[in-house]
Write a protein that binds this ligand. Structure first.
Ligand SMILES: C[S@@+](CC[C@H](N)C(=O)[O-])C[C@H]1O[C@@H](n2cnc3c(N)ncnc32)[C@H](O)[C@@H]1O
Length: 231
């Protein structure tokens, strides 16, 4: 049986989930790994969630320094130091795991601690069984394949839980696209902003009203689709 170094408790690079933003949603297993790390790396907001736990060096990760920091982390880990990256939400959903797998290969010796995803919090708030929903991340941008996936799931009547890309495919464009594909403008849509944070806000409107909304905050969009000929 293949056994990873992580399973034997020897992994040197860890990725831990930070949850959607509130310290109440950080799991104890993630805090324990951070407490043991010689180096902790993450976006400023993610590092702040662990400020009481960090005992080692702290490195702020940005889109610009990513490769440089990763190279440094690999060297430190090879020299026997515990290095921990913090990923928002769950690292395995549109998170750092994908980036690591792409750069280091799927078999890279990494220990992953899950986190509570923004998708889970959104599903809980709206009481959606997410095993019955279509969960679609557009965070890395949109393409024809993603659009087809979205339209097909919508026409099949599945609740759509979407991470929009505010730059290239924001909620208003998603609404316009779905209505163009035959989803009724009367379908219920929800924009769940800043989940778990003090300024959390959930807006419920008919899909057609999303067309005129302008969003700047972190959000998950949900649509409970009805076909045009059903209304
Ligand atoms: C790079 S993805 C990371 C997703 C993360 N791994 C997860 O499991 O939630 C970032 C996107 O997640 C969503 N997101 C993350 N935190 C959120 C929050 N507190 N409230 C609403 N949406 C959030 C937003 O759509 C944001 O653009």
């Amino acid at each position: 049986m293949w056994e990873s170094r992580a399973d034997r408790g020897m992994a040197k690079i860890h990725i831990v989930g930070a949850g959607p933003g509130s310290p109440d949603y950080v799991i104890p297993a993630a805090r324990k790994v951070v407490q043991k790390a010689a180096v902790v790396i993450g976006a400023e907001r993610a590092l702040n969630l662990f400020s009481e736990d960090i005992k080692g060096e702290k490195i702020v990760l940005t889109a610009r320094n990513f490769q440089e920091v990763l190279d440094k982390a690999i060297k430190l880990a090879e020299n026997g130091l515990e290095v921990t990256f913090i990923s928002t939400g769950d690292p395995c959903f549109s998170g750092l795991l994908k980036t690591f797998s792409r750069l280091l290969g799927e078999e890279a010796d990494i220990n992953v601690i899950p986190g509570i995803s923004s998708v889970q919090v959104c599903a809980a708030k709206l009481k959606i069984s997410w095993d019955e929903a279509a969960i679609i991340s557009l965070h890395e941008g949109v393409n024809e394949h993603k659009k087809r996936e979205l339209a097909q799931a919508g026409l099949a009547g599945k609740p759509l839980i979407i991470l929009p890309d505010l730059k290239t495919f924001p909620p208003r464009e998603i609404a316009r696209f779905l209505m163009g594909e035959g989803i009724a403008g009367e379908s219920l849509a929800y924009i769940c902003e800043n989940l778990t944070l003090d300024d959390e806000r959930i807006i419920q409107v008919p899909l057609k009203a999303v067309e005129s909304l302008d969003h700047k905050s972190l959000c998950v969009m949900v649509v409970k689709p009805l076909k045009r000929d059903e209304v």
